[in-house]
Design a protein around this ligand. Structure first.
Ligand code: C2O
Ligand code: CU
Length: 545
């Protein structure tokens, strides 16, 4: 196995990814950042220099389980102190499984400022994947706002509440197109800036492509389509999928997929790659890139208009695609047939002391900022509330279709302590928001593990009923899963990775407003913590030189 060394300098730069100039957080001057390429079993070493001058940073390796290195998960407040301005921090971890993963900032709302990229891990030499293709390409999708992450965060934490609103643009590989005639008089928007020329994917007629598609959106659920071409889904979050064919792909923030498609259409023209917002009423134009059939000119515009995707509010359509994702028959990891514990999490929006928050079982998460991993390992008991977080809600009486009446909603720092090696089920239960007749989609991401997706369904989960319908035969394993509007999602995982791990909605503003929890397991088995993760809050005195 190889060791890959990367040197990253994190700094603000003026960027115009959608032609509109704004400040972005960059890695070595780039957003998206460089793709990390490695092979299963390799070690990745990233020396991060924080050159943001007045801002801290932390980087999370999304989908990498950090087995044996929980302190390099990069989650500010959970596994490490932030890397303060001017400091250098070295991440070192093994990519133990082939597949497609992400990295991104995990501090405040910083991710939405542009710090993100892809991790591609190849299978070991001699291992054959259960599908074949000629070329391997990647696409990373994002949504983009023109105001700053600070303005957004301040609005969310204000009375009256100021929502971030819909994104101005959708980006494909860091490129989008804002209509500059809509930009205000003080804005710099230049439609001919090469930074916002559309991404071009050139294909050779007759060849088959593996396209790795990842979404790192801050808010939007997306639908991705290759005009005129079907796609066969073959990988999800690093696991092989029982192949199924789709016309377009629903993808939620934090998810990755590989699809195969063949360039077998009329080769005399180019086609659109298109992304559209789903599950929220779209106010953002379709994001586009060009599928260029060689030898046509890459700038030759397709003669058609870009695909508009499925109806944004067709929830059944999204449920159906979720149901279709099963493990590849030759790569099934059978789940344990029973679990030791069931945690039910009611997802609601509440007001707490006049602030708009998201809550789980009426508790909205407040990060204590002395990292949990350090507090747990070094026994700093006063750092967080030692009482257990609530295991369930009053599911018999709660009406998920009406506006929450949870007047007793609070904020909290409690966590869920899991028995090491136990099997845990988590049921995510969606419900109505503060606004009537609205229930959003939440993509839930678990750090440090993959989980089995045992089922999804509309309506209210009943622990006496739905477990009988779980898929215990060929469930897919994932690290991010969607919770659909007014529905439930059931997952199962083994608490076999010693550490402290975040589990949260991957919508940046939802997590910021409390939509997350922390699991602890086997912390007594965690090796000696590197002092480089320490130094903040009550871990100050622990940072020996
Ligand atoms: Cu990709 Cu905790 O997130
Ligand atoms: Cu959410």
């Amino acid at each position: 196995a190889k060791v890959h060394y990367h040197k990253w300098d994190i700094s603000y730069k003026f960027k115009s990814p959608d032609c509109y100039k704004k400040l972005a957080v960059t890695i070595n001057g780039q957003t998206p950042g460089p793709t990390i390429n490695a092979q299963q079993g390799d070690t990745i070493v990233v020396r991060v220099k924080n050159s943001l001058l007045t801002e801290n940073v932390a980087i999370h390796w999304h989908g990498i389980r950090q087995i044996g290195t929980p302190w390099f998960d990069g989650t500010e407040g959970v596994t490490q102190c932030p890397i303060v301005a001017g400091d250098t921090f070295v991440y070192r971890f093994v990519v133990d499984r082939a597949g497609t993963y992400l990295y991104h900032a995990h501090y405040g709302m910083q991710r939405s400022a542009g710090l993100y990229g892809l991790i591609r891990v190849a299978v070991p030499d001699g291992v054959v994947e259960p599908f074949a293709y000629d070329y391997d390409r990647s696409i990373i999708l994002n949504d983009w706002w023109h105001n700053s992450a600070y303005e957004q965060a301040t609005g969310l934490a204000s009375i009256p509440f100021v929502w971030v609103g819909e994104p101005q643009s959708l980006l494909i590989n860091g490129r989008g197109k804002f209509n500059c005639s809509l930009a205000g008089p003080t804005a710099v928007c230049n439609a001919t800036n090469p930074e916002c020329s559309p991404y071009v994917l050139t294909v050779v007629p007759g060849k088959t492509y593996r396209l790795r598609i990842a979404s790192i959106t801050s808010l939007s659920a997306l639908n991705f389509e290759i005009e005129g071409h079907n796609m066969t889904v073959v990988e999800a979050d690093g696991h092989y999928v029982k192949p199924f064919v789709i016309k377009n792909l629903n993808i939620y923030s934090g998810e990755t997929y590989s699809v195969l498609f063949t360039a077998d259409r009329d080769p005399s023209r180019n086609y659109w790659l298109a992304v559209n917002v789903i599950s929220r009423k779209p106010e953002t134009p379709t994001g586009t890139a060009v599928l260029n059939y060689y030898p046509n000119h890459p700038r030759k515009s397709p003669p058609t208009s870009p695909p508009v995707g499925p109806l944004w509010n067709d929830t059944a359509y999204r449920f159906n695609q979720s149901y279709a994702i099963r493990s590849h028959p030759d790569h099934v990891h059978p789940p344990p047939l029973t679990s030791d514990r069931m945690i039910i999490l009611l997802n609601t929006q509440n007001r707490v002391d006049g602030y708009t928050r998201w809550s789980l079982n009426n508790v909205s998460f407040n990060m204590p900022h002395t990292p949990y991993l350090i507090a747990l390992k070094e026994n700093l008991r006063h750092v967080f509330d030692q009482r257990p977080a609530p295991e369930t809600y009053d599911y018999r009486n709660y009406d998920i279709y009406s506006v929450p009446k949870n007047h007793n909603a609070t904020t909290g720092t409690s966590i869920y302590r899991l028995d090491f090696n136990s099997t845990v089920d988590v049921i995510l239960q969606n419900a109505n928001m503060i606004d009537p007749n609205k229930s959003e989609t939440h993509p839930w991401h678990l750090h440090g593990h993959d989980f089995w997706v045992l089922g999804y369904g509309p309506g209210k989960f009943d622990p006496e009923v739905q477990p009988k319908e779980y898929n215990l035969v060929d469930p897919i394993m994932k690290n991010t899963v969607s919770l659909h509007s007014y529905g439930w999602t059931a997952i199962r995982f083994r608490a076999d990775n010693p550490g402290a791990w975040a589990f949260h909605c991957h919508i940046e503003s939802h997590f910021f407003m409390g939509m997350g929890i922390v699991f602890e397991e086997g912390v007594d088995r965690v090796g000696e913590l590197p002092t480089s993760i320490m130094g903040c809050g009550d871990s100050k005195s622990l940072r020996r030189p």
